[in-house]
Design a protein. Sequence first.
Length: 269
Amino acid sequence: MYSFLNNEFLPADKTFVHVSDLAVQRGYGIFDFFKAVNGKVPFLDDYFDRFYRSAEFMQLPVTLSREELKKVVFELVQKNGATNAGIKMVLTGGYSPDGYEIATPNLIITQHALTMPSAKMLEQGVKIITHEFRREMPLVKSINYTTGVWLQRKVKESNAYDVLYHLNGEVSEFPRCNLFVVKADGTLVTPHTHVLEGITRKNILSMQQVTAGKVKLEDVLLAREVFLTSTTKRAVPIVQVNDMRIGTGKPGPVVQQVLEELVRREGLK
């Protein structure tokens, strides 16, 4: 397997950065993640838009143009001979002279096994738990996942699939996913503030009768349906939040419709 570091392809086991990098010293950097299926990358321009936007906000210049970066991505997929894969782009804070000052960023692109939700998961739905927290700089796809990683033990001990952040009664997002709620009145809504603007979320928002607005924890607990979305998960139904059953306790029709439309838009089937 090969990875890409700055301007060259290297064996994956020899692709590394120095300990002085701000990604190591301070957890400073950004990333993005997308999937290649049958050699195609759905919505790649959207992922690039977010990557360059995050980089600019974090004062990390990307030395490659969009076309150059796209060429590297497809060459990496070809070199590794895996047309089905997850691809991660990381832009670090660079080799800081004092462990605090931003330096020349390192661009790392790696390829990973592509894992999608199982049929059983989609048929039965999943349980989630909640945690009072709000991510800083939510519009940036930062490499800082300290809280999400720290909560993994609690997630596993609760036999849950993921953890939903909320603060002062208002929900926002999961560490790696967005939230959608079919409210008791049938309205389909997703939180509009303090969230990462997911690419899957963007696609769902362009569908009919979907809005972005304020979502309270109470809305989630009293909802007809709840589901989470991400690049690799597409749309996964949530049937339990903490100890409370959602709706009928089974996946509903809305998430199924959304999932079918996402598959159609990806153009992979």
